[in-house]
Design a binder for this molecule. Structure first.
Ligand SMILES: Nc1ncnc2c1ncn2[C@@H]1O[C@H](COP(=O)(O)OP(=O)(O)OP(=O)(O)O)[C@@H](O)[C@H]1O
Length: 259
């Protein structure tokens, strides 16, 4: 069981209040989506949650331990992993190596054990390989394990990003537009994978996504940001009919038409 909590979280860049009074409590196994028009503050919120930006207001805690002021690697060690809007793989390394690097943190052997290739080292390495392969199978990518990441089709690179974030066994997985630039078939596939990941691993997922059909199908709860403010929060059904949300997306006319 893990709990991510943001209370009155906010950040100001000079005169711009990019995120204001963001409040979230996420319990184990939940899938929560953050949506909103361009520039609404979604990625900035992710950046605060992962220690890339220092909030100027509010509190942030994982399992009641404050995350404010911690470095991104410390927050990662606490159990938060993320993917990025723009793919950030080690492009010249193989698919397998990309996953293994993310798993190394978990490796249970010392430098000297690795140097002398002890039995313990070999066993740990075998386990890492098996776990990496298991993840690749889940994503139906076992056939491309040896390919350089840069030679993967775009959709598979996005999938590899998710595998890499999962490889560190996070408590909370943050996905920043996992379906960006994908075709409808790939979007369906990623949706299925996210649902599977959630079932198979004890992980809560926080998702930024522009594809409404996907968000509406898989999210338990949705937060809608507009100009840094949370203008709505609720189940997909509640959000779909919310006039404020329709207005944020379509302008005042759109909201009126639907009222
Ligand atoms: N480092 C920064 N310095 C100054 N302003 C920033 C910085 N990072 C983000 N912003 C501003 O904060 C606001 C929110 O940006 P953010 O990228 O979080 O939006 P978003 O909702 O993720 O948008 P998109 O859907 O286009 O990715 C924008 O006005 C952006 O220009």
């Amino acid at each position: 069981m893990s709990k991510l909590e943001a209370k009155h979280l906010g950040i100001r860049f000079g005169g711009l209040q990019a995120v204001k009074d963001f409040n979230l409590t996420m319990e184990s196994g939940e899938l929560v989506a953050i949506i909103g028009p361009n520039g609404a503050g979604k990625t900035t919120t992710f950046n605060m949650l992962t220690g890339m930006y220092l909030p100027t207001e509010g509190e942030l805690a994982l399992d009641d331990i404050s995350m404010v002021g911690k470095m991104p690697y410390e927050i990662n060690e606490m159990g938060l992993s993320r993917t990025f809007q723009n793919i950030r793989l080690f492009s010249s390394l193989s698919v397998m190596e990309n996953i293994r690097i993310a798993m190394k943190r978990e490796a249970k052997y010392s430098f000297f054990e690795a140097l002398f290739r002890t039995k313990k080292y070999k066993l740990a390495e075998k386990q890492i390989n098996e776990e990496a392969m298991e993840l690749l199978k889940l994503f139906e990518m076992e056939d491309v394990a040896g390919l350089q990441a840069k030679n993967l089709p775009y959709g598979e690179q996005r999938k590899l990003e998710i595998i890499r974030a999962l490889a560190g066994k996070p408590k909370i997985l943050l996905l920043d537009e996992p379906a960006a630039g994908m075709n409808p078939t790939e979007i369906e596939e990623v949706m299925g994978i996210i649902a599977k990941v959630r079932k198979m691993y004890d992980v809560s997922i926080l998702l930024i996504e522009h594809h409404m059909s996907m968000v509406m199908k898989i999210a338990d709860r949705i937060f809608v940001l507009d100009f840094g403010e949370t203008i709505a929060e609720g189940t997909p059904e509640e959000i779909q009919g919310n006039p404020k949300v329709i207005e944020a997306y379509l302008g005042k006319g759109g909201a009126d038409e639907d009222e």
